[in-house]
Design a protein around this ligand. Structure first.
Ligand code: DAH
Length: 339
């Protein structure tokens, strides 16, 4: 047997294996190109025929023709098999397979909580205000009566842009923007994103969300503030939640308080979440400092009011018993699907 016949036999074995395995028409076409195409194996062999001895010529010619038609047969059969869908992976339709489920998206837990806070405050007569996330120093610090040397202004704590603007560190500047553009009385809540140069851990992030509240009117008192916070706590966490106010300091309120909710996990008995104190720190509040009212042109002799702010992540962690704030931002759908 000469080498041409050997090559033909080898090609036949190859094509049989390949044709049996193809899953699409493009693969079949590739077989045709490789073996029968203009630059394929068979045209190349036909050129070699010239070197075959006269004795072998007949046998070789026969093998050549038989091989070429066998390959064409295998190609035709493979195409027929694909067209019928039989055994062609990817093209067959298996009617017994379950359908594919389309997942609909839903709100992120932070959005759910922010919407809920807004709904609660709207029922109490607040309207929603918004301010920019890129703020100026005046609205974020100066107008809020923050001393020039206050640590929160430090570039270690606040993200500064080259032009001197910053990413707002709190939603409190929205208070200023609302009072600048509206005559009293005002009663607003302002949910939004805030930014701080913190090292992220279980309870701190570089950006998080707050909801700010502001009520300015005639004769507003600390008792009004306490009743609104109490009503909010009950709407949010149920009738058994208590609140308490502790004296604190904020530049823009006087007096200032921090307020706690009785621990939602243990009902105030003491547990690891509340560090066995029975209380969970929620945020800050107070009576708007007369200096802030003057900064926006309100007469502090006539108008008074309260302000408060809270972290929405904190509220969400309590509501959903989320142990680590970072879970909220990793966007693992297995986590997010639970809400
Ligand atoms: N802006 C404060 C913070 O980010 C929270 C705050 C405290 C807001 C007292 C207020 C307030 O409106 O009166 O820590």
């Amino acid at each position: 047997m000469n080498t041409i016949i050997e090559k033909i036999n080898q090609a036949l074995a190859e094509v049989e294996a390949k044709a049996a395995a193809v899953v699409d028409a493009a693969a079949v076409e590739q077989i045709r190109i490789d073996y029968l195409g203009r630059n394929g194996l068979f045209p190349a062999l036909s050129k070699e025929m010239g070197g075959v001895t006269p004795e072998e010529r007949r046998e070789t010619g026969r093998a050549f023709n038989a091989g070429r038609s066998r390959i064409q047969e295998l190609i035709d059969a493979a195409l027929a098999r694909l067209a019928s869908g039989d055994g062609a992976k990817g093209e067959a339709i298996d009617l017994t397979l379950p359908g594919r489920r389309w997942k609909t998206g839903h709100k992120h837990p932070i959005t759910i909580l922010a919407d809920e806070c807004v709904a609660i405050f709207r029922r109490m007569g607040f309207i929603v205000a918004e301010g920019p996330e890129i703020e100026d120093i005046f609205h974020n610090f100066d107008a809020l009566n923050t001393p020039q040397d206050h640590p929160s202004r430090d570039p270690q704590d606040t993200f500064y842009f080259a032009d001197g603007r910053i990413l707002r560190t709190q939603t409190s500047p929205v208070q200023i923007r609302v009072m600048e553009s509206h005559e009293p009385p005002v009663r607003i809540v302002a949910p939004g994103r805030v930014f701080r140069r913190d090292t992220p851990d279980a309870t701190h992030g570089m950006n998080f969300h707050q909801i700010e509240g502001l009520y300015i009117d005639k004769g507003v008192s600390l008792a009004d503030l306490k009743s609104v916070l109490q009503a909010f706590a009950i709407e949010m966490y149920g009738p058994r939640v208590k609140i308490r106010l502790r004296p604190h300091f904020f530049p823009f309120t006087e007096p200032s308080v921090e307020y706690d909710f009785s621990c939602i996990m243990c009902g105030g008995k003491g547990c690891p979440v509340c560090k066995h104190s029975g209380w969970i720190e929620i945020a800050g509040a107070g009576m708007v400092d007369p200096a802030v009212l003057k900064n926006v042109g309100y007469d502090p002799e006539i108008w008074s009011g309260y302000a408060f702010g809270m972290g929405i992540e904190r509220l969400a962690m309590l509501r959903y018993r989320i142990p680590d704030l970072r879970l909220l931002y990793e966007n693992d759908v297995r986590f997010l699907e639970q809400f």
